[in-house]
Write a protein that binds this ligand. Structure first.
Ligand SMILES: Cc1cc2nc3c(=O)[nH]c(=O)nc-3n(C[C@H](O)[C@H](O)[C@H](O)COP(=O)(O)OP(=O)(O)OC[C@H]3O[C@@H](n4cnc5c(N)ncnc54)[C@H](O)[C@@H]3O)c2cc1C
Length: 387
């Protein structure tokens, strides 16, 4: 596997084991059928508990059954999952970084004890409801709201584009608390079998097809007081979760690009035209050289990002730079790999076109490429250019 600068020579034995275990898991259990799942618009749900057993959901958290692995191990795991398919990495990212992380960081002791072990084991599935039909890039303008009643809150509103909502047991719903003067955004744990909750599936997707996406409708949904995340108020809640997930995406995108590179390199060796392998043509070699260079630069970025995270010096803007760069890189390089495969490149028999299609979602979700550009622009100039 491409590691041109030998970055994986410095990982620990435990990190190598986690990388290899994930690689073996996807090769044996997912890769053989992933093209079919993509074509059919399905996710291999039966693997959700197995992924939990293997420690794929937020293994970098501490306690409540989580093994507390290093951030490098977590990154390598995301890389291996996305080398198979972004839908697989999205499952682990949402469950871990967007559902378990906020419960771990902001939940009550009771919430942690109730949810973290079963989410970690894959015995329950979670989803993260932030985006709304009219508010995507600007979630601050959200309309979903909560109002106090006798023993808790009543929620109303709708969320859309929510990964896993149709198969989720619990949703972290971000809503404005209208009972407080400044209507702060708060996080609510909403069990999806509560009266008034609907989770319709979005079926028309042409990207991230091996992932289940849906809406969350909230129609006078009552939740008790103990379902509020007590430890956070304001947009810091959802945004801090997104920083965790984007860190995993920056790593994952390298995996998708690496898989495209390896597929294209192999194809260039095997495929013969004009009396020999296409890999002997300078035009094809230039593509591989550029692909390997861009992947190596993206790898350097995530390794540095991880060092900063390990020593608590990571800023959300660092993560924006890495998400922005690495996803753009994977989007561009998957297209080049697709091209190198000629007609075969447009089928699900090979991975590049599937990765290319997936990258359209990854480029858009968790902050679009444009929004990360604006985050960096603001950080570099001190001037916000969102409005
Ligand atoms: C498959 C999939 C899964 C998803 N999963 C989840 C999930 O689990 N939970 C969740 O909450 N959300 C999820 N999302 C939603 C995702 O985060 C949003 O789609 C994303 O934030 C963009 O919002 P939008 O689609 O409303 O686009 P818009 O915000 O309407 O943006 C449209 C275009 O305008 C650009 N734009 C917007 N504002 C500006 C500006 N100020 N300056 C310049 N350009 C701008 C954008 O970059 C974009 O190109 C998912 C999306 C997809 C496609």
């Amino acid at each position: 596997m491409l590691d041109y600068l030998g970055l994986e020579e410095d990982i620990t034995d435990e990190e190598r084991l986690i990388r290899d275990t994930a690689r073996e898991f996807v090769d044996e259990q997912v890769r053989p059928d992933i093209g079919e799942h993509f074509e059919n618009g399905t996710f291999p749900k039966e693997l959700i508990p197995e992924m939990g057993e293997m420690g794929f959901y937020a293994p970098n958290l501490e306690g409540y059954g989580s093994p507390n692995v290093s951030e490098t191990a977590y990154g390598l795991l995301m890389q291996e999952l996305e080398a198979c398919d972004s839908g697989l990495r999205s499952m682990a990212s949402v469950q871990g970084a967007l559902v378990m992380y906020p419960i771990h960081a902001y939940g009550s002791e009771e919430q942690k004890e109730e949810w973290l072990p079963k989410l970690g084991a894959g015995d329950a599935v979670g989803c993260f409801g932030l985006t709304e039909p009219e508010h995507g890039s600007n979630p601050t303008a959200m309309e979903t709201y909560a109002e106090r009643d006798a023993d808790g809150y009543v929620l109303n509103g709708s969320k859309t584009w929510i990964t896993n909502s149709p198969i989720a047991d619990v949703a972290i719903v971000w809503a404005r608390d209208r009972s407080s003067d400044d209507t702060p955004v708060r996080g609510f744990l909403v069990e999806t079998d509560r009266d008034g909750v609907s989770t319709n599936k979005i079926t028309e997707k042409l990207s991230l097809r091996a992932s289940i996406t849906g809406e969350i409708g909230l129609n006078d949904v009552h939740v008790p007081e103990e379902n509020v995340l007590p430890g956070v108020s304001g947009m810091k809640g959802p945004l801090s979760c997104l920083t965790q997930a984007r860190f995993g995406i920056a790593w994952g995108a390298v995996g998708a690009a690496r898989d495209c590179f390896e597929t294209a390199r192999q194809y260039a060796t095997d495929r013969e035209q004009f009396g020999g392998p296409i890999g002997r043509f300078q035009l094809q070699q230039e593509k591989l050289a550029e692909m390997a260079t861009q992947i190596s630069l993206a790898q350097l970025l995530v390794y540095r990002l991880t060092e900063l995270k390990e020593r608590s010096d990571l800023r959300p803007q660092h993560v924006s730079m890495a998400k922005r760069n690495n996803v753009r890189m994977a989007r561009e390089q998957s297209k080049v790999a697709r091209e190198m495969l000629g007609g075969n490149g447009i089928t699900t028999d090979y991975s590049p076109m599937r990765h290319l299609s997936n990258m359209e979602t990854v480029y858009t979700y968790e902050g679009t490429h444009d929004i990360h550009t604006l985050i960096l622009g603001e950080d570099l100039t001190g001037i916000a250019a969102y409005e």
